[in-house]
Design a protein. Structure first.
Length: 536
C-alpha cells in the first residue's frame, strides 16, 4: 500500500473516532462556561481526557512517524500528517498524567468563571469593576475595585503553579526543555524569531511609548490630584492597562442606546459575511455563574459556531462583539468540504488577526456613521481623534502583550522563582506602571489566559501584525478606486476574506497562508505604520 493510501486509511479511522467525541466535548465545555455545575465539569474532564488518550496511543504515533511527509504525493495528506504528528507528540503521556492535567485545568477554569471579587462588602462582576475604573473619580473606591479584580489570583495561584509544574514535567518527559518551548514548536513558531520580533517592537516603540505615557501620567495626575510618579494601576481605565484611556472622541457615548447585536449583524451582512444564524445560538449577556469573558467556539467544524459575551452598552463591548464574530465568520466560512483535520483556521494567530481587524472598526469614523448612526458632521469631526484611539490601542496592547509573553516564558523556564516580583518587574519595564508599595500577591494569576490558554498570548500580537497586513492588502489590492467607506460596506471585503483567508482552512502553514492571501510573508512594517499613525 502506498504511503498516501496508508495515511488516508489511518485518517479515516481516526476522524471517525475523534469527531463525535470532539463535538460532545465542545458542547459540554459550552455548558460549563454558560452555567457552571459539577456535572458539566465531570463531563468536560471525561471527554477531553478521552480525546487526549486517543492521541497518546504510542503505536499509532510510531506509525505516523514512520511515514515520511516527503513521501506523500497529496498536499492535503502531507499537511494532515504534520498536524497529526504534532497532536500525537504532545500527548505521549500516560492516561493518568493526561487526566490529572485536564482535571486540574477544568477545576481552575471553573474557579475563574464563578469567582466574583468584593467591593464594599458585595460580590461584583468584572463588568462592575471595569465600570468603576472607567468612571469613578474616588481614588479609594478605584483602588478597592482594582484589588478586588486581583482576588481571583489569590484563589487560583497555587493550583496554576501546580499545573505549570505538571506541564513542564510532561514536556521534559517528551524531550523538551519546558512546556513553553514545546508549545511554540508545536505551534510551528520559532521561539528565537518570536522574541527577536517582540523585542524589536518594544525597542522601536520606546520613544512613542514614553511620549504617550508622559502625557497620560500628567493627565491622570491632574484628574486625581496627585503627582505623575504617584500614578498606580488603579488610576488606569481597566484592570490590566491592556487598552488605552478614552480619547477626545469619547466613543462610549455613541453606544449608550445602540443595539449591539443589530449593529454587528448589519455590518457583517453588508460585507457579505452574514451572522444572523450565529447570533441566534449565542450567549451574550451576563449572569451569575457564567464565564465573565468572551470567546468563540466552533463546536463541530460544520457550522455550529457559538459566541459568548457579557455585553454592556459601551465601545469596549461593541469592539469585543465584533472581535468574536471575526472569529465566528472565519469558522463559518472555512471550506466545509475540506478534510476534517484541515477544517480549522491556518493558525491561532490567523483567526486572531481577523478578530482583531474587526474589533478595530468600532473606532472607524465611516463605520460609526453607517452602523451606529453618528451624524456625518460629528463623525468627520472626530475622525482623526478616533484614528488616534486605534493607534493608542495598538501601542498600549502591544506593551501589555510584551508583559504577558515575557512573563509566561520566564514562568515556564523557572516556576520556582519569585513570580510576584517578576510580574511587577515586567509591568514596570514594559507598561511603566509602578508597583504598589508593599504589595506581594500573585497578581499575575488574575489573568485567566496563563492557566487556561497557555502559550497563547503572543498570538494576539502576531495577529495584530497580520491584521495590519490584511488591511493593507484590502486597500491596495481589492478596494482600489473604491470610496473610503468601502472597507466597511463593500461585499468585495467579504468575498476576498472568504476566498483567500477563510476558505483554505489549515491547508497551508500560517506563513504560506499569509503569502497566499496577501502576496508576501509576514511583514511587520504594516503594523509599525499603523502604530505610528502613518497614512496608507
Amino acid at each position: 500500500m502506498s504511503p498516501d493510501h496508508s495515511l488516508q486509511a489511518f485518517i479515516e479511522n481516526h476522524v471517525a473516532l475523534v469527531e463525535p467525541i470532539s463535538r460532545q466535548a465542545a458542547l459540554a465545555s459550552w455548558q460549563l462556561q454558560t452555567e457552571s455545575s459539577e456535572t458539566a465539569k465531570e463531563q468536560v474532564t471525561e471527554l477531553y481526557t478521552r480525546l487526549a488518550v486517543i492521541y497518546s496511543n504510542k503505536e499509532e504515533f510510531e506509525l505516523l512517524k514512520n511515514i515520511s511527509t516527503q513521501s506523500l504525493e497529496s498536499p492535503e495528506l502531507a499537511r494532515q500528517h504534520s498536524l497529526l504528528v504534532n497532536s500525537y507528540l504532545e500527548n505521549q503521556l500516560t492516561p493518568e498524567q493526561l487526566e490529572a492535567m485536564i482535571t486540574l485545568m477544568v477545576e481552575i477554569e471553573d474557579i475563574y468563571n464563578v469567582f466574583r471579587g468584593s467591593v464594599k462588602g458585595e460580590k461584583v462582576s468584572d463588568n462592575v469593576i471595569e465600570q468603576i475604573l472607567a468612571e469613578s473619580d474616588e481614588e479609594a473606591l478605584r483602588r478597592e475595585a482594582w484589588e478586588a479584580s486581583k482576588e481571583v489570583g489569590i484563589a487560583v495561584s497555587a493550583k496554576v503553579l501546580k499545573l505549570v509544574r505538571m506541564r513542564n514535567e510532561a514536556a521534559h518527559a517528551l524531550g523538551f526543555e519546558n512546556y513553553y518551548s514545546m508549545s511554540l514548536e508545536l505551534q510551528e513558531l520559532s521561539e528565537e524569531r518570536l522574541f527577536t520580533l517582540l523585542d524589536q517592537l518594544g525597542t522601536e516603540s520606546t520613544t512613542l511609548w514614553n511620549a504617550y505615557r508622559d502625557e497620560l501620567d500628567a493627565s491622570l495626575a491632574k484628574r486625581f490630584h496627585i503627582t505623575p510618579n504617584q500614578v498606580r494601576s488603579w488610576h488606569h481605565h481597566n484592570r490590566f492597562f491592556q487598552s488605552p484611556e478614552p480619547g477626545e472622541a469619547n466613543l462610549d457615548r455613541f453606544f449608550e442606546t445602540a443595539d449591539l447585536e443589530k449593529t454587528a449583524a448589519a455590518f457583517f451582512r453588508n460585507i457579505d459575511l452574514p451572522i444572523e444564524d450565529l447570533l441566534e445560538i449565542a450567549d451574550l449577556y451576563e449572569r451569575p455563574g457564567k464565564c465573565q469573558h468572551a470567546f468563540c467556539m466552533d463546536v463541530d467544524r460544520k457550522g455550529d459556531v457559538r459566541v459568548l459575551c457579557n455585553l454592556q452598552p459601551n465601545e469596549r463591548w461593541m469592539s469585543t462583539l465584533m472581535h468574536e464574530y471575526g472569529h465566528a465568520v472565519y469558522d463559518k466560512f472555512t471550506d466545509h468540504s475540506l478534510p476534517y483535520l484541515l477544517r480549522t483556521p491556518a493558525h491561532i494567530m490567523t483567526t486572531e488577526a481577523i478578530a482583531l481587524l474587526m474589533g478595530r472598526l468600532t473606532k472607524d469614523a465611516n463605520w460609526l456613521h453607517i452602523y451606529v448612526g453618528v451624524d456625518r458632521t460629528e463623525s468627520d469631526r472626530i475622525a482623526q481623534a478616533a484614528q488616534s484611539e486605534v493607534r493608542n490601542h495598538l501601542l498600549v496592547f502591544m506593551r501589555w502583550c510584551l508583559v504577558m509573553a515575557h512573563f509566561e516564558r520566564a514562568m515556564y523556564h523557572d516556576p520556582e522563582q519569585d513570580l510576584n516580583t517578576l510580574w511587577w518587574d515586567l509591568v514596570e519595564k514594559y507598561q511603566r506602571i509602578q508597583r504598589p508599595e508593599g504589595r506581594n500577591f500573585p497578581d499575575w494569576a488574575s489573568k485567566i489566559h496563563l492557566a487556561t490558554s497557555p502559550v497563547y498570548y503572543h498570538n494576539y500580537q502576531l495577529g495584530e501584525m497580520i491584521a495590519s497586513q490584511l488591511l493593507h492588502a484590502l486597500r491596495t489590492q481589492i478596494l482600489v478606486g473604491e470610496t473610503e467607506s468601502a472597507l466597511v460596506t463593500s461585499p468585495k471585503v467579504g468575498e476576498w476574506l472568504r476566498d483567500k483567508v477563510f476558505y483554505p482552512g489549515a491547508l497551508r502553514p500560517w506563513e504560506e497562508w499569509l503569502e497566499h492571501a496577501t502576496g508576501e510573508k509576514l511583514n511587520p512594517q504594516y503594523f509599525v505604520a499603523d502604530l505610528q499613525g502613518d497614512p496608507k
